[in-house]
Design a protein around this ligand. Structure first.
Ligand SMILES: *[C@@H]1O[C@H](CO)[C@@H](O)[C@H](O)[C@H]1NC(C)=O
Ligand SMILES: *[C@@H]1O[C@H](CO)[C@@H](O)[C@H](O)[C@H]1NC(C)=O
Ligand SMILES: *[C@@H]1O[C@H](CO)[C@@H](O)[C@H](O)[C@H]1NC(C)=O
Ligand SMILES: *[C@@H]1O[C@H](CO)[C@@H](O)[C@H](O)[C@H]1NC(C)=O
Ligand SMILES: *[C@@H]1O[C@H](CO)[C@@H](O)[C@H](O)[C@H]1NC(C)=O
Ligand SMILES: *[C@@H]1O[C@H](CO)[C@@H](O)[C@H](O)[C@H]1NC(C)=O
Ligand SMILES: *[C@@H]1O[C@H](CO)[C@@H](O)[C@H](O)[C@H]1NC(C)=O
Ligand SMILES: *[C@@H]1O[C@H](CO)[C@@H](O)[C@H](O)[C@H]1NC(C)=O
Ligand SMILES: *[C@@H]1O[C@H](CO)[C@@H](O)[C@H](O)[C@H]1NC(C)=O
Ligand SMILES: *[C@@H]1O[C@H](CO)[C@@H](O)[C@H](O)[C@H]1NC(C)=O
Ligand SMILES: *[C@@H]1O[C@H](CO)[C@@H](O)[C@H](O)[C@H]1NC(C)=O
Ligand SMILES: *[C@@H]1O[C@H](CO)[C@@H](O)[C@H](O)[C@H]1NC(C)=O
Length: 474
């Protein structure tokens, strides 16, 4: 009898071991998630059941507004009996997490997925210890903004596949994984706030998009922005050169490639003595006005290859020579060098710039530089200026340093006069030289003919002393 009782007792212990194994770590990774097969069988009156293979875990299925409270009650859950709960296929108008039934439990894993929930209301209680909250795939459209602020233990928040327009607020610090993928109405401004925190890791980044709001005007061509692009926006502001500000300038969309941002860097009045090197990735606009930059030589640096707009007014730049052969020279849209220390403008450099009629925006500003004017300024540069004046918008503000006259008013006939006479003189010299040469050849030929026919050398060849070379010839 005793033996029998003992063996039954042992059997009971054994079977209870089998029912709830010690090692149920497979039930909870970061979160608690059960397949549809774990649901109570369709015939059972209670739509909730405690699991036998996982300790202190329960699954509820097919819950709606009418049977919600009853279902949770009939599951006999207490704070001691359940710390992981998965509710599948809940059809609710509103999920109110302030309701007393939630406060009675001390859930660490709360999973409500694959249902239809219109909105989430209320807030979690201050002492909540939820570490993973999965509200995925419910089509939730409204979420009480402060619902999650007291979840200090939260480390995983899955709000994927809903219809949220904002990321709800949650704990202010500590590492967290966040999945907001497949919420097509998510506003970018809200996502950017979450991006601002370095301790948040986004899950399923590639399927996370957000919907642009008006402040993202550079996305004019598209309504949906990928998270990676938004991250790039964030980086642009932080990767900037010291004393400068960086902003996204344009979104370049090339079919088959992921869109890239171009960067506009503004270093106006940053007390610079030379052009900044290197520029941030894809910088196409650089404003270095009001500095003490003396040279453009950094323009040939590799990081300047995307530059198209350069504003360098009010500096000490002396020469445009370093432009020669740079990518900027052939690509630029705007080059502004007003009020610098340029003395000479190499016209041959400028004539390499192609100003097409179609790109009416392409232009240079050169005004308020004091040029050293000479004949070539009047003859070459002035002419270039007058043919390209549409593209040199301040062409009337170019003055000569050595004479009180504007470059476009230079008088070529006056400036180039001296030069003209000198060139004429050169022609006379050349003419005389040619005549002398012809005379010499004629005389030598005549001497040779006389020597051949009469055997003597005419004067002066006969009177000249013999040279060592003559000995050789003889
Ligand atoms: C979800 O629950 C509703 C009842 O609330 C039920 O009619 C429906 O069949 C369930 N769907 C699934 C996929 O189980
Ligand atoms: C809950 O407890 C009641 C009695 O207290 C019991 O009849 C019922 O079967 C229990 N439900 C579950 C799902 O265990
Ligand atoms: C949520 O439930 C709490 C407690 O019952 C109640 O005070 C609150 O008004 C409810 N919120 C909403 C939006 O229904
Ligand atoms: C959350 O629930 C969804 C839908 O059932 C599931 O696909 C996802 O893997 C769950 N997330 C986690 C972290 O378990
Ligand atoms: C919740 O976090 C607190 C510290 O913030 C910690 O002491 C406590 O153990 C955590 N609770 C759980 C259940 O993880
Ligand atoms: C999602 O929300 C937007 C507005 O926020 C609404 O226009 C749209 O119809 C909703 N989509 C679904 C599937 O509920
Ligand atoms: C992100 O943080 C920076 C400063 O760290 C702040 O200037 C900026 O406004 C923040 N952006 C958002 C969207 O909160
Ligand atoms: C996300 O996209 C990037 C490039 O767009 C790719 O390198 C990466 O492997 C993708 N990640 C996943 C998880 O698909
Ligand atoms: C986008 O549109 C806004 C207003 O409609 C305009 O101010 C802005 O310049 C545009 N941005 C681009 C890059 O075209
Ligand atoms: C930034 O500005 C400060 C003063 O405004 C100056 O002392 C410093 O040299 C500048 N840094 C650079 C890199 O130009
Ligand atoms: C750079 O900033 C200054 C003021 O700080 C502003 O006047 C200027 O227009 C900006 N440059 C560009 C290209 O936006
Ligand atoms: C440039 O340097 C001179 C002195 O060398 C100084 O007086 C002037 O303020 C500087 N200009 C700028 C814009 O920093």
């Amino acid at each position: 009898m005793l033996v029998k009782l003992l063996s039954i007792w042992l059997l009971f212990i054994h079977s209870s071991w089998e029912m709830i194994p010690d090692d149920d770590s497979s039930c909870y990774q970061q979160c608690f998630h059960q397949p549809p097969e774990a649901c109570p069988n369709p015939g059972s009156a209670c739509r909730c059941r405690q699991l036998t293979n996982c300790k202190r875990a329960a699954v509820c299925c097919d819950i709606n507004d009418d049977n919600f409270q009853d279902a949770l009650k009939c599951g006999n859950f207490t704070a001691d009996s359940v710390e992981a709960l998965h509710i599948r296929n809940a059809t609710l108008d509103e999920l109110n997490i302030s309701l007393p039934l939630w406060r009675r439990l001390r859930l660490r894993y709360m999973t409500i997925t694959d249902g239809h929930i219109r909105s989430v209301a209320g807030e979690f209680a201050k002492h909540s210890v939820v570490s993973c909250l999965n509200l995925s795939s419910n089509g939730i459209g409204k979420f009480e903004r402060r619902a999650l602020v007291y979840l200090h233990n939260l480390s995983f928040l899955d709000l994927s596949r809903n219809n949220l327009s904002e990321v709800p607020s949650f704990k202010m610090e500590g590492p967290m994984k966040l999945d907001i993928s497949e919420n097509p109405s998510m506003m970018c401004s809200s996502v950017q706030k979450a991006l601002n925190r370095s301790d948040i890791t986004f899950i399923k980044e590639n399927s996370t998009v957000c919907f642009k709001s008006t402040e993202y005007h550079w996305f004019n061509s598209t309504d949906i922005i990928e998270l990676s692009q938004l991250k790039r926006l964030q980086e642009i502001e932080t990767e900037c050169y010291k004393n400068c500000t960086c902003k996204p300038h344009r979104l370049d969309i090339v079919m088959g490639k992921s869109p890239t941002f171009t960067v506009a860097m503004n270093c106006s009045g940053a007390k610079m003595l030379s052009l900044p090197v290197p520029l941030p990735l894809n910088t196409d606009t650089l404003d270095v006005s009001n500095n003490n930059i003396t040279s453009l030589k950094e323009l040939s640096h590799e990081s300047y290859q995307h530059l198209m707009f350069l504003y360098a007014d009010n500096n000490q730049i002396r020469s445009i020579q370093p432009l020669e052969g740079t990518k900027f020279m052939s690509n630029f849209d705007t080059l502004s060098l007003r009020n610098n220390k340029i003395k000479t403008i190499e016209t041959y450099l400028l004539s390499n710039i192609r100003f097409y009629r179609t790109d009416s925006t392409r232009h240079m500003n050169l005004g308020l530089n004091k040029l050293t004017c000479d004949c070539s300024t009047a003859r070459d540069f002035k002419v270039w200026l007058l043919t390209k004046f549409e593209h040199i918008r301040d062409y009337e503000e170019l003055w000569c340093d050595n004479m009180n006259v504007r470059v476009i008013d230079l008088d070529e006939t006056k400036l180039c006069q001296g030069e003209q006479e000198w060139t004429d003189y050169i022609y006379y010299v050349i003419t005389v030289e040619v005549l002398l040469l012809v005379g010499l050849i004629a005389k030598v030929s005549y001497d040779y003919w006389v020597f051949k026919t009469s055997g003597y050398l005419p004067w002066p060849a006969s009177k000249m002393p013999k040279l060592p070379c003559d000995w050789l010839c003889e």
